[in-house]
Design a protein around this ligand. Sequence first.
Ligand code: 6PG
Length: 638
Amino acid sequence: MFSNFAAQQKSRLMILYVMGVSGSGKSTIGNLLSEKLNIAFYDGDNFHPEANVYKMSQSIPLTDEDRKGWLEALNFKAKELQNDGESGIFACSALKDSYRKVLSLGLKEVHFIHLDGSKELIKQRLQARKGHFMPPNLLDSQFETLEPINTGIRTSIEDSPAVIIEKIVKELEKKEFGLIGLGVMGKSLARNLASRGFKLALYNRFVKDLEEQVAENFVKEHDELNNSAGFENLQQFVDNLSSPRKIFLMVNAGKVTDMVIDELMPILDKGDVIIDGGNSHFKDTEQRIIKLSKKGLHFIGTGVSGGEEGALKGPSIMPSGPKEAYDIIAPYLTAIAAKDKKGDSCCTYIGEGGSGHFVKMVHNGIEYAEMQLIAEIYGIMRYVFQMKVENIASTFENWNEGSQSSYLLEITHKLLRKKEGNKYLIDLILDKAGNKGTGSLTTITMAELGEPATMISSALFARYVSAFKDRRDVYANQFLDVDKISHELNHNDLKLAYSLARRVNHQQGFTLIRTAAKEYNWNIDFVELARIWTNGCIIRSTLMEEISQVYATKTDMILEMRQQDIIEQLAALRSMCSLAITAGVSIPCHLSAVDYLNAHLNNFPTANIIQAQRDFFGAHTFQRVDDASGKFYHVDWS
Ligand code: 6PG
């Protein structure tokens, strides 16, 4: 009669290897387990080729070469069972780690159950055994070969068979994969994992009145989570995970990640693996790998990309860290990842250390620039070509059908068509782009490495400029007529263009110091600062003298300009930039200045496109032009 547990596990495909040295009781326990779980039992000895059986009967120890074919035969049989939708229990000594690797190849859920006992006890048992081809004097060589498991179920053979079976069943009832943090991405990844047949333990913290029984309720809400369990007690969560524990963190990068790691460390065991799926700084990941390895724990940092939908249906996954730890979690990550055109998993081992998080950071940098490029094209179509929103959407849709096709183009044409009543939602979204820090990390890192990925930094700063919505409004209101100008470039214009660009440069530099002073609590006297820069230093100038006067009462050198001056100088700067671009002369600083002013002086919103894209793929929310409270909204874009 098989147990309730066996009945519940009918849909679960497991391969169990009952392992240990000869005489440890593998066949006895294997048979009892087979009865208990209603899973067929196979004696590994029957898979030995004749030559091995003969060698063993002659007391000649088997070599790795002798064992190779045997292990492969067992693995082949296990895979055959798995493909036929059946579980199996095998008795097999599986003495070395490398043997266990061969035995596990291509198997979804595999457990090694080590029957552990002293040499004396096993010797006694072997001597009492009759009709077996393994002479007791081979035991020494078996003990020498045995590499104890650090992953799997270990049970002492001093217990009675009934107790051993009870212990094994209890271990098997545990969940195979844990996930902490049930935010948008955590929930989607959990459902993705469960839909591939993995049994999960899910943990979400308890916060009175705000986050209560989140994991328990989530498990109840989705059918695919039938075989999973929710917890809000970390110890219980950990106790319900089979060994080695594999725990995916989907919590906020930074301090929260460290807090969760610190809570977990004392209650985990050697060989357990923590996987950080957040957008963590790659240098933090490197530190965490070292910190955890000192306690015998593994740490893997992984980029996960694809937003909410990707996490649910198949993201791109970029893991890095110790390779042996990756091998433990690879079956899970490769199973839940998207598939490429050939059907291969979009998850691969990136490399050592924090390389996984590094490539995810650059992925996000490229993402920033891709989003900004679309927003810029939208700006030209909308404000220069004066195209209707519907026509812009159709243009993007067309582009997306050809060689330019991309996920971001796809969502952009969709989001442009979204209406609220008779208004396009895009026009109700405030053009103030948010960010979660990966673009700035990429920019800081490229500066450290001396690598000019200028499009990424430009995209980042475009978002930052958009965020100063109030300042942009002040500029736009003060210089209303700035667009009424058209201009033929003459030689004197270079001086005017140069003059305006310098003013922008000084304004940006002083504003940077002002922000730092606020952040770090420095009481800097800006008049004094400008004054000591009026002579002696390299950037001394007449402009600096002007700044030292203006800053006595004001903080903005652009707003101090006369309307007529800015009109003239801006016209010159724009013409000069156009000419240089057409002539192919590189003028990055002037371009940067003119763009900074263009972003401030005109009201041509494009950052609303970025916000809509972010909300579309990542539920990152946006503010609305018709709600001054600054409240954040999320819509269902489908
Ligand atoms: C992804 C996204 C994802 C997230 C970013 C957004 O690859 O799935 O990049 O990681 O949406 O954090 O970044 P910002 O909030 O900085 O735009």
